[in-house]
Design a protein around this ligand. Structure first.
Ligand code: GAP
Length: 449
């Protein structure tokens, strides 16, 4: 795991964190889990817009990392697996953060994040009376079966890749893959973070998309460069600008226990530069450990040279929640409009926008043909239908949802079989034939004909 004490940069002018958080709750992108009971710290729910956004990010990752590659296989493993997995991986012994307690206010903090800690509420000058730091293991545990004792303790995975290593041999055989090849999966991970913070940025339950690339130990550097560049391109293609993206190598004191070398891909959040993805050289650590703990041979033989070796691993590990949050921060804009009004607009790239098009009849009397158009478009995309309120207000709602195109069906459409398409960012309007709407959207959403 990487430390997140980073150089604090100037916040991007457009987005302030509180504006993004408020829009997310107001429009139902993301809100606290268990809200009606006062919420639960470090857990978040994604509403109708949030789940579409997240699904689009995951689908794009899967497309790029699995479907478009001959050398990567997919996996969907159980969240809870054999507890020995986490002993072998070193998580039971080493996956911890330094924790301190304040003897006065009884609050707990991460010892390496004290600069950001709130002041003590019990002391006169606000300073804490801290205990010595001690290691706090971040793995969340549970009990399996009817008996609750040490023998039934299992862990909710702290990284999704655990089962990629334990399933390595079977998947390589069934997929008839040779080294080098990768295994990828998307799924939930859990960490009992001491101080969840910055909205979804540091949560206790989150999603990761991870790919473990098994290669000959001599070719690790080459693959590390390859995957670093592939992963940076992915973020560019999601719509991040160069000004908001950078890579940062880890110093030796930051490296996770399984890691020989690492770089973070960072995004400029309103609260500073922070990691959204890690690229890690895990060496032969994982397969060696699992060989030792399971007694199962995980080495491979090079068919040509007959060399027998334990494959090394280059890992790419991106947080889906962090990436979604970064996309929301990057997209957020407030703009003045003519007549002294203003609008909030989410400039999400059409590829990941939750709703691709909204169908807005000018009058409820036109609902029948407008609904027909919406139903037709829904066969391909997530399309929203709205016939309530004035058209300006409906546009504003779609701007906040990041919908790139609004299609207005008016009384003339009945006779000329044309509709007006309004583009979100430039707010330009274009009259196009009804029968050309699918082709129009396809072209602008970047889809092949
Ligand atoms: N398998 C390697 C691994 O888990 P990591 O740097 O600890 O590496 C990878 O995590 C990514 O997972 C991070 O870049 C981040 O996007 C996401 N992540 C990690 N901890 C998180 C948390 N508490 N809340 C949200 N996302 C988190």
């Amino acid at each position: 795991m990487s430390a997140d004490t980073r150089e604090q940069a100037d916040a991007p002018a457009a987005a302030r964190m509180e504006d993004v958080v408020s829009l997310c709750a107001r429009r139902g992108y993301i809100f606290q889990s268990g809200e009606i009971y006062g919420g639960i710290n470090g857990f978040w729910d994604y509403g109708p817009l949030g789940v579409e956004l997240k699904n689009n990010v995951k689908a794009f990752w899967w497309q790029r990392m699995v479907r478009e590659r001959e050398d990567v296989e997919g996996l969907d493993s159980a969240i809870i697996t054999h507890p020995r997995t986490w002993e072998a991986s070193g998580h039971v012994a080493h996956f911890s953060d330094p924790m301190v307690d304040c003897r006065a206010c009884k609050k707990r903090f991460r010892a390496d994040q004290l600069d950001d800690a709130p002041k003590c509420t019990k002391s006169k000058d606000g300073s804490h009376d801290l205990t010595e730091p001690r290691d706090f293991n971040l793995m969340l545990s549970t009990q399996i079966g009817a008996h609750a004792d040490a023998a039934t303790t299992a862990y909710l995975r702290a990284e999704t890749c655990g089962s990629i290593f334990t399933d390595f041999r079977r998947v390589r055989e069934v997929a008839r893959q040779k080294i080098p090849f990768g295994m990828a999966q998307i799924g939930k991970a859990f960490r009992n973070e001491i101080n969840p913070r910055n909205f979804t940025f540091r949560s206790r339950e989150f999603e990761q998309a991870e790919m473990e690339f098994f290669c000959h130990p001599d070719s690790t550097d080459e693959w590390f460069e390859h995957w670093s560049s592939v992963r940076l391109d992915f973020h560019r293609d999601l719509g991040f600008s160069e000004a908001n993206l950078r890579t940062r190598p880890h110093g030796p004191d930051e490296l996770a226990h399984y890691c020989k070398r690492a770089i973070d891909i960072e995004f400029l959040f309103p609260f500073g530069w922070q990691e959204i993805e890690g690229i890690h050289d895990r060496g032969s650590y994982d397969l060696t450990q699992h060989t030792e703990f399971s007694g199962k041979e995980l080495a491979v033989t090079d068919e040509q040279t007959k060399e027998r070796f334990v494959p090394a691993v280059v890992e790419t590990s991106v947080g889906i929640d962090r990436t979604s949050l970064a996309l929301l921060c990057a997209a957020y804009a407030e703009e003045p409009l003519e007549g002294g009004e203003s609008r909030t607009v989410m400039r999400l790239s059409p590829r990941i926008a939750p709703i691709k098009a909204a169908i807005l009849p000018l009058s409820k009397k036109l609902s029948e043909p407008a609904r027909r158009l919406a139903a037709d478009l829904r066969k391909r995309w997530n399309v929203f239908y709205d016939d309530a309120g004035n058209i300006g207000r409906r546009y504003r709602r779609m701007d906040e949802a990041g919908t790139p195109f609004c299609v207005t069906y008016d009384f003339d459409s009945e006779t000329d079989q044309q509709v007006t398409v309004r583009e979100r960012d430039a707010m330009t309007q274009e009259r196009i034939p009804l029968e050309g709407v699918v082709a129009y959207l396809r072209e602008r959403l970047g889809e092949e004909a």
